[in-house]
Write a protein that binds this ligand. Structure first.
Ligand code: GRG
Length: 307
């Protein structure tokens, strides 16, 4: 990590700790006949992670002058959806990975059936959690309730078949196809599998703060660039990182015969594209003329990350 990102890194760490405290308040109690799956849900959430998506919700909320706690149920819900996607992605039917976030994957600890069910449960519980925004004092205001409804719509669409799930479908079907996969299809995969939740996070934070539709569209485009840059960096790390840095085995794309951005462009050009995309995103962010110092630092940290 370059020295100029150290300050951001410590701030990111502090913000992630704050997010963990919020998450903790929304986790289900581990009791009843379904106790095992509740434990598996909490295990997968508490295994760690950068908490990037909730952080983006909070920072975009701040960018548009939001205050109060209406984002909190959405921050927890977003991390639940992200975590379910990782739990399912690690299953034997998908990537069949045994380590994630430096710990054993959920199915490796609780068995395959509980891995599937923990993912299903997290996905449903995410919507139950986001819905709790309506129960907050702030939601007595009809304007806030209307924003919550719009934010729920974005969450559902971007996580679903026209977002992350759609991208994962194309990704699964592309395995073992080598360079038969078109560049267009690879972009579809990246935009949906990875960028969709990043877009949703940034849009939800902005919507809840009262950003207008044009501002939300601009945020969506910025998030799409950051999402693509983030995925390309992930592909680069899968080739150049170490298991110690990443908390999961490297070379997983090669193991699964996956074509990545690096396969098309090589490491050097991919790294240059990461810089270009994030530079554009930062310029567009500056276009709002608002204080976005931390968000810019977060973007830069993300694309220079080693984990
Ligand atoms: C199973 C429907 C379904 C979707 C799975 C997210 C996903 C789609 C697969 C995981 C594999 C992967 C490399 C996805 C690309 C997005 C990505 C880089 C996820 C990892 O996100 P981080 O780095 O993870 O934010 P942490 O652990 O820090 O939360």
């Amino acid at each position: 990590m370059k020295p100029e990102y150290r300050q951001t890194e410590s701030e990111i760490g502090e913000k992630a700790n704050g997010i963990n405290r919020i998450l903790q308040t929304y986790l289900p109690e581990e009791k009843g006949f379904q106790k095992t799956v509740l434990e598996a849900m909490n295990y997968s959430i508490q295994a760690g992670g950068k908490r990037l998506r909730p952080m983006l919700i909070a920072e975009c909320f701040r960018l548009f002058g939001g205050s109060g706690r209406i984002t909190e149920p959405f921050m927890a819900a977003m991390e639940m959806i992200h975590t379910y996607s990782l739990v399912h992605d690690d299953l034997p039917a998908m990537d069949n990975d045994l380590y994630r976030r430096g710990k054993k994957t959920t199915h490796a600890v609780y068995g395959e059936a509980m891995g599937i069910l923990a993912g299903d449960a997290l996905l449903n519980y995410a919507y139950e959690t986001a819905w709790k925004a309506f129960e907050m004092d702030e939601a007595r205001d009809p304007m806030v309730r209307e924003r919550v409804i719009r934010a729920l719509g974005v969450l559902a669409r971007k996580a679903g078949v026209y977002g992350m799930v759609g991208g994962q479908v194309a990704d699964v079907e592309s395995e073992k196809k080598g360079l038969e996969i078109s560049r267009e299809k690879l972009e579809f995969i990246h935009y949906n599998k990875t960028a969709a939740l990043i877009e949703a996070s940034m849009m939800i934070g902005s919507i809840l703060a009262g950003a207008d539709p044009d501002e939300v569209n601009r945020i969506e485009k910025i998030a799409q660039k950051i999402g693509l840059a983030f995925q390309i960096q992930d592909d680069i790390l899968d080739v150049t990182g170490t298991q110690e840095e990443l908390g999961k085995p490297i070379g997983s794309d090669e193991k699964n015969q996956k074509v990545t951005y690096v396969t098309f462009e090589g490491v050097e050009k991919s790294a240059a594209d990461v810089e270009r995309l994030s530079g554009q995103a930062i310029e567009e962010l500056k276009g709002f003329g608002r204080e976005a110092g931390f968000l810019e630092g977060l973007f830069l940290w993300l694309i220079h990350r080693r984990k």
